[in-house]
Design a protein around this ligand. Structure first.
Ligand code: BJW
Length: 269
């Protein structure tokens, strides 16, 4: 009955089948990645390493070791991305995910995105497991993890790199999770518990290669959840998917929510 990985766009039947699976859900977990924000004009993580930044190794831009080596380069990359994110608005994909709460008893969004757009779109239970680019913390976490620092209250020479922690003088860095860092334990524990409890997991716009988040759909599947994936490209998750809807989130998700709403109003033809 499923057709994971079929090419050629999303048929109304597949949209309806996904809506039917969602409608039966008591505990929906939506797992999102950078693809859901692409239609808001925010490059995906891999896209963000194109253009001006193509010459740099992600291991040097998104690791503690990269920050130690060249704090100014890393800070400038984040400042560039902060500018893009500050101008962005939620797109129809974010809004459709928020709208799911009007049709289903429980919806939790686990997001790898650091842009805050799910909350801005109106989703009420969002777990941002990779942090928040709008926040900063002390690189040494001198007052405990995380030691958040309000940089708007600091004066520093922006040409010279990141500001310094007012408590200990260490550099300030974005409050995000870099490669080789562990996720905040509370967020990680909750994400794994949700994956075990989900009866449906809707996976949107992630390449499914970055651990530990990439393992969540596998865990949900092992615990009996129906997996629905929305992505224009196949990923390592696609082979698990009961329903693979191959298209952009901002197009496909509103179709799914519209089908869900129609069903809720007396069934589909
Ligand atoms: C659309 C679309 C549209 C496009 N609609 N879809 C070997 C050595 C060292 C470490 C490791 C290793 N092997 C494994 C590891 C662990 C490592 C890891 O997984 N590495 C892999 C790359 C192999 N993981 C970690 O290090 C994690 N920590 C950890 O494991 O701790 C234990 C440990 C400790 C010490 C040493 C080793 C392990 C932490 C991972 C943190 C990831 N952080 C980042 C940066 C966050 C801040 C920032 O943004 O700058 O998080 S990396 C980056 O990847 C970012 C993203 O959240 C994350 C996932 O990316 P995502 O969201 O999937 O985006 P893309 O760009 O990959 O994909 C976009 C998708 O959208 C594509 O599929 C498109 O098709 C799709 N798309 N348009 C819908 N319109």
């Amino acid at each position: 009955m499923s057709n994971p990985g079929q090419a050629g766009g999303v048929s109304p039947e597949r949209v309806r089948a996904a809506a039917d699976a969602l409608r039966a859900s008591c505990c929906l977990v939506v797992l999102t990645g950078a693809g859901v924000s692409k239609e808001s004009g925010i490059p995906t993580f891999r896209d963000a390493l194109d253009g001006l930044w193509a010459q740099y190794d992600p291991a040097l831009l998104a690791t503690p070791r990269g920050f130690r080596r060249d704090p100014r380069l890393v800070w400038d990359w984040y400042q560039y991305r902060r500018t893009l994110i500050a101008q962005a608005q939620p797109n129809p994909g974010h809004l459709a995910i928020a709208a799911l709460e009007r049709h289903l008893p429980r919806v939790v969004v686990i997001t790898q995105n650091i842009d805050g757009l799910h909350v801005q779109a109106g989703s009420s239970d969002v777990l941002p497991v990779h942090g928040d680019i709008r926040l900063n913390k002390c690189f040494a976490n001198c007052q405990g993890d995380p030691t958040l620092v309000d940089i708007s209250a600091l004066e520093w020479d922006a040409e010279a790199g990141p500001p310094r922690c007012p408590h200990c003088g260490a550099y300030v860095r974005p409050a995000v999770v870099w490669f080789e860092e562990t996720l905040p334990p509370d967020a990680s524990d909750r994400a794994f518990a949700l994956a075990r409890a989900a009866d449906v997991m809707l996976v949107v716009g992630t390449s499914g290669v970055v651990q530990p988040v990439a393992s969540l759909p596998f865990l949900a599947h092992e615990h009996g959840a129906t997996i629905i994936e929305i992505n224009p490209s196949r990923t390592p998750i696609t082979r698990l998917a009961d329903w693979f809807l191959d298209g952009p989130a901002g197009v496909v998700l509103p179709q799914v929510v519209a089908a869900l709403a129609e069903e809720g109003e007396g069934g589909h033809a």
